[in-house]
Design a protein around this ligand. Sequence first.
Ligand code: FMN
Length: 209
Amino acid sequence: MQLINHLKWRYATKKFDPSKDVSELDIEKLKKAIQLSPSSYGLQLYKVLVIKNKVLKEELLPASWNQNQVVDASHLFVFCQYSSVTSKDIDNIINLTAITQNTNFKKLEPYGDFIKSKINEKTDIEKNSWLKAQTYIALTNLLGACAELKIDSCPLEGFDTESYNKILNLSNKGLKATVIAAVGYRHNHDHTIERKKVRKPIDVLFETI
Ligand SMILES: Cc1cc2nc3c(=O)[nH]c(=O)nc-3n(C[C@H](O)[C@H](O)[C@H](O)COP(=O)(O)O)c2cc1C
């Protein structure tokens, strides 16, 4: 199974080679993998910023716990959840579904109403963590896609969300940064390359009932 080999190959890269860039062709493939990620009700209530501008990456460095991956990696993917979810967001996806699947909007409207009612049952805190969770599914697909393309990556939660929101002007766009991923090629001197993967044993991680 190739996926297992890819997952064994990848590791959270600590040192990227700043001289190696990921090609635009591969970046498009990575975007596609994110686009195809599943999401709750298919709503995709997030946006992903892909940053390759070095000046901007350097500006983000202090807000990223000074983790150099942010600057040295070729591209920085910033996953941003919607700050809130509105009826319009649901209508938009119902509309897109109607167009894509050549169905009548009116026929799909009851499903849209169902989604709205289920979301309305959530508290604001629940809505927020639900919106945030969607971005991690996309992150996972990005990491897997990188591994298949033999592109290195490092997911990062070690950053200051508020600073990111400010520097990237996210609040004005109704977005909030949730998690980021540095994407590029490992440096030969990354001392973590040889580290053995640490994972809990299967029988501890799973329980068959
Ligand atoms: C959501 C998330 C956030 C992470 N944040 C950081 C981070 O800020 N800095 C870092 O160096 N690694 C970070 N990591 C990498 C983990 O430490 C790493 O995935 C874990 O130790 C397993 O190692 P492996 O990915 O090399 O197999 C993060 C991983 C995930 C999934």
